[in-house]
Design a protein around this ligand. Structure first.
Ligand code: GDP
Length: 359
């Protein structure tokens, strides 16, 4: 499954956040005998619709979609020079599908900031610079081979041109992801570059910032169009210590938050990875299935079972809202709200689906 790698400068709250993520780990909670990688947190994607589906279908259990976060330990400054843990750090990032950067915006004189002061844009710059330098090294290493290949075969030229263009973008201090409109990153895939990965930013803030709309808007703008999540990692950790809903609500209220920050983080992570869900429901379970954005009905069926994709005939689809308005599948059918979709149908968020297939 796809993963987000958590990175950030030292002392920004990565471990605090990651511990909260692993305490909220659905694998640890539901599959006590599953092998759990110590550096992976698999968290549920919050989805109220599943509770409502389970009610309508009298489902025995609810199975949410999940999002996986990997803790990428290691120093950052100088990583591209292979200093210390640098190489391991870069190799771990290479394996992640998206990058989740934790940025400190909390003030605490007792917690030292590595660069002496809290400065979100400087922190982003530091990480970007290391990744850009690492990508430049990769490109420079690949160039002689690509030049040679382009000389002997005309069809190899676009790959060389893409690398030259990428090099220019990186030399200008920009990430390749931010330049994806002008650059065909598909031609660079074999190089596993780091800055082509989508970014998500987590601002580890205290109450002052969490409730300050203007400050949040400013930080959101700083990282746009990437997703920004605001949370207080210490509070997130404390929330998971509480075992009754009332105390959870009170603690959230005390910091002016409508829901745990981990919820927003799971949603943003899912979105950043380019994923969406569709829903199925029956007496056994109400379940959210994970598909890439833009997946077709047969591809969606294939997530349940590869045979479903091969033998796909059609999908019976009703939107969640229409289903709830009707009250049952039979009522939705009678109201003409259930559509028969063929193999070219592109799945929409909130589709509740039953597949028809040959085996
Ligand atoms: P890491 O080096 O990025 O993994 O940072 P840690 O998670 O170890 O946090 C560094 C220090 O900052 C620890 O003493 C944490 O308790 C503290 N810390 C983490 N998050 C917060 C926060 O949201 N607010 C405050 N005041 N302190 C925090």
């Amino acid at each position: 499954s796809l993963t987000l790698g958590i990175v950030g400068l030292p002392n920004v709250g990565k471990s605090t956040l990651f511990n909260a993520l692993t305490r909220n780990d659905v694998l640890a909670a539901n599959y006590p005998f599953a092998t759990i990688e110590p550096n992976v947190g698999v968290v549920p994607l919050p989805d109220d619709r599943l509770d409502k589906l389970a009610e309508v279908f009298h489902s025995e259990r609810i199975v949410p979609a999940t999002v996986s976060f990997v803790d990428i330990a290691g120093i950052v400054k100088g990583a591209s020079e292979g200093a210390g843990l640098g190489n391991k750090f870069l190799a771990n990032i290479r394996e992640a599908n998206a990058i989740c950067q934790v940025i400190r915006v909390f003030d605490d004189p007792d917690v030292v900031h590595v660069d002496g002061q809290v400065d979100p844009s400087a922190d982003i710059e530091t990480i970007n610079t290391e990744l850009i330098l690492a990508d430049l090294q990769t490109l420079e290493k690949a160039l002689p081979r690509l030049e040679k290949e382009a000389r002997t075969k005309k069809e190899n030229r676009p790959a060389l041109e893409a690398v030259q263009q990428a090099k220019q973008i990186l030399d200008g201090g920009r990430t390749l992801f931010s330049a994806q409109k002008e650059l065909d990153t598909g031609l660079l895939r074999e190089l596993s570059l780091l800055t082509t990965k989508p970014f998500l930013y987590v601002f580890n803030a205290d109450e002052g910032v969490l409730t300050d709309e203007a400050k949040r808007a400013e930080l959101t703008k700083l990282v746009a169009p990437a997703d920004a999540v605001f949370l207080d990692a210490k509070i997130e950790a404390e929330l998971l210590e509480l075992d009754d809903e009332e105390s959870v609500r009170e603690l959230l209220e005390s910091v002016g938050q409508p829901e745990p920050g981990l919820y927003a983080l799971a949603r943003a992570g899912f979105h950043t990875l380019g994923l969406q869900t569709y829903l199925t429901a029956g007496p056994k379970e109400a379940r959210a299935w994970t598909i890439p954005q833009g997946a077709t009905a047969p591809q969606a069926a294939g997530v349940i079972h590869t045979d479903f994709e091969r033998g796909f005939i059609k999908a019976e689809v009703v939107s969640f809202d229409d289903l709830m308005a009707a009250g049952s599948m039979a009522a939705a059918r009678a109201a003409g709200k259930v559509r028969m979709e063929g193999k070219d149908y592109v799945m929409a968020d909130g589709d509740v689906v039953e597949f028809r297939f040959n085996v």
